[in-house]
Design a protein around this ligand. Structure first.
Ligand code: ADP
Length: 509
């Protein structure tokens, strides 16, 4: 302990040793070689820290600053030991020299530790060659970006937060007719009609700046104005972009003049088309009405003379049957049968033209309609052992009498056109479909050849002989008219021998 205190108390005391010149026998050459070498090392070691500090003070982004300072201190301390070594030739400060050596040792180790600490980071640093390569790559990417930008089919411009144009591509230049230099640095409003004032999309910059995400992109249709003052419609996509210079808006601009013109042509054309279709439909409806009116009047007026003819033929047959020759009796029978058929045809025609005269639609329960149909067809069903199955059927708005006729025709056809020896089974289903109801009436009857699937809906079209199946061929024409009256359509799917399914829709609109 005494030695320790004495060491520091006598730090600058030189009385214990002679100057180094007098320790041993130095030749002048040997002594001065030692001294000059030490001084050279000292001056060089003193200069290095200054250079290091100068480097750090200039290079603001230099990394590992602490290490640089440690390094400078350690070199300075090394220099000091050499200086003291040279000085001991005259002044033997051996205690001070030992202290400086200790300091140098500590600084050296601190530097070593600091070096060990930064070594992993230092390994990750790119070499200047790597940096050069990266710069090269970036340059190439920038060239590519520029090329892409310049060749883009749309006008692209970048605007800063203050609405100042920062960048434009070749297409923007050709779209607006300004020189590139005229646009860059100018306000975006230069390219927009005055009437927008402050109400244009670029003004809504705050929306983008306050937004958390820069991934939003908005599309607008608006007008832009060329250098010559000509306005043209554009489609614009705005997307924000974070850059070193702050938030920017990238706008891609497409001239849609042609598209707009085309749209206008299409619009005008479709208006004309609509008008023509409307006119034609009205004309058709009118002609249809006239025809219906004619059919109604004709069948109505024909009834009277037919009734008279029929009653006289009946009278003739009653009074003269067996009194004339055998042929006359046969002819009279034919006349009676024909006038009966004629009466039926005219009655059917009259019914057909009367369809749809009911003006008001009403709420109709299809289930109760089927109950009525069942009741009306009790006898036929019993004779043929027919069965009518129904799913739960809907309530809908329609013309009750017509709807009943529709179901009745379809069900009675299913029973009538049954396969010999097979009791008919009729299944009625419905489901909701595209703003209305779709019904299906299927049977296990004789089926219909696909070539007749359209024809059977034409008035008075029949596929069979009257001797095989009775009827006048007006039932499905009735059905078609009723379905159309309800804004729907009717069709059939069937294969001969495998039953038929009649589908029809009833619109709710
Ligand atoms: P009609 O029943 O008076 O003959 P329709 O207009 O009702 O007249 O039917 C036209 C034709 O369609 C019928 O003659 C018949 O050949 C065919 N048809 C209609 N419904 C069915 C059915 N369910 N199965 C087989 N054929 C049918």
């Amino acid at each position: 302990m005494n030695q320790f205190v004495e060491f520091f108390v006598r730090l600058f005391d030189t009385s214990d040793w002679p100057p180094r010149w007098h320790c041993g026998s130095w030749t002048d050459f040997h002594g001065w070689l030692y001294i000059i070498s030490d001084l050279l090392v000292f001056t060089a070691y003193s200069a290095i820290p200054f250079l290091i500090i100068r480097y750090i003070s200039r290079k603001h982004d230099a990394r590992f600053i602490r290490l640089y300072f440690l390094f400078a201190g350690f070199i300075l301390a090394c220099g000091a030991t050499h200086f003291l070594d040279a000085a001991t030739f005259w002044v033997p400060y051996y205690r001070l020299s030992a202290l400086v050596r200790l300091l140098t040792g500590i600084l050296s180790w601190l530097t070593v530790l600091a070096l060990i600490k930064v070594l992993p980071t230092a390994f990750t640093l790119r070499s200047s060659k790597e940096l050069e390569e990266e710069v090269e790559q970036r340059k190439k990417a920038e060239v590519k970006f520029r090329n892409f930008l310049e060749r883009a089919p749309d006008g692209i411009l970048i605007v800063d937060e203050n609405g100042i144009i920062q960048l434009v591509n070749a297409k923007t230049v050709s779209l607006f007719g300004y020189d590139r230099e005229e646009m860059v640095g100018n306000r975006i409003e230069t390219l927009l009609p005055d009437r927008y004032g402050k109400m244009h999309p670029f003004r809504r910059f705050h929306t983008y700046t306050t937004s958390q995400s820069t991934e939003i992109a908005e599309a607008f249709e608006l007008y832009a104005v060329r250098k010559d003052g000509h306005e043209f419609p554009v489609e614009m996509n705005l997307s924000p972009m974070e850059t070193d210079e702050g938030l920017m808006l990238t706008a891609s601009i497409r001239d849609v003049s042609e598209k707009k013109q085309l749209e206008k042509v299409i619009r005008d054309y479709s208006i004309t088309l609509e008008r023509t279709v409307k006119q034609r439909t009205e004309e058709l409806e009118r002609k249809n009405k006239e025809l219906e009116q004619f059919a109604y009047v004709a069948s109505h007026d024909m009834q009277e003379p037919l009734r008279t003819t029929a009653s006289f033929v009946q009278l003739l047959r009653k009074q003269y049957k067996g009194k004339l020759d055998q042929n006359a009796d046969i002819y009279l029978d034919y006349m009676v049968q024909s006038s009966d058929r004629m009466k039926n045809l005219i009655r059917d025609l009259l019914d057909y033209s009367r369809l749809g005269r009911e003006k008001e639609k009403r709420r109709v329960d299809c289930n109760s309609i089927i109950d009525q149909v069942r009741a009306d067809l009790t006898r036929v069903m019993r004779d043929s052992q027919a069965e009518i199955k129904t799913d739960h059927l809907p309530l809908l708005d329609g013309f009750p009498t017509e709807l009943k006729l529709l179901f009745q025709n379809l069900v009675s056809n299913s029973i009538k056109f049954r396969r010999p020896g097979i009791p008919p089974v009729v299944h009625i289903k419905a489901h909701h479909n595209h703003g209305g109801w779709e019904f299906a009436v299927s049977d296990n009857g004789i089926g219909i050849d696909p070539q007749y699937h359209e024809r059977i809906f034409v008035i008075f079209s029949r596929l069979h002989n009257r001797t095989d199946y009775d009827g006048s061929g007006i039932g499905l024409a009735h059905c078609k008219k009723i379905v159309e009256l309800h804004g729907g359509k009717i069709w059939v799917r069937s294969t001969p021998g495998n039953g038929s399914t009649f589908y029809f829709t009833i619109s709710e609109i």
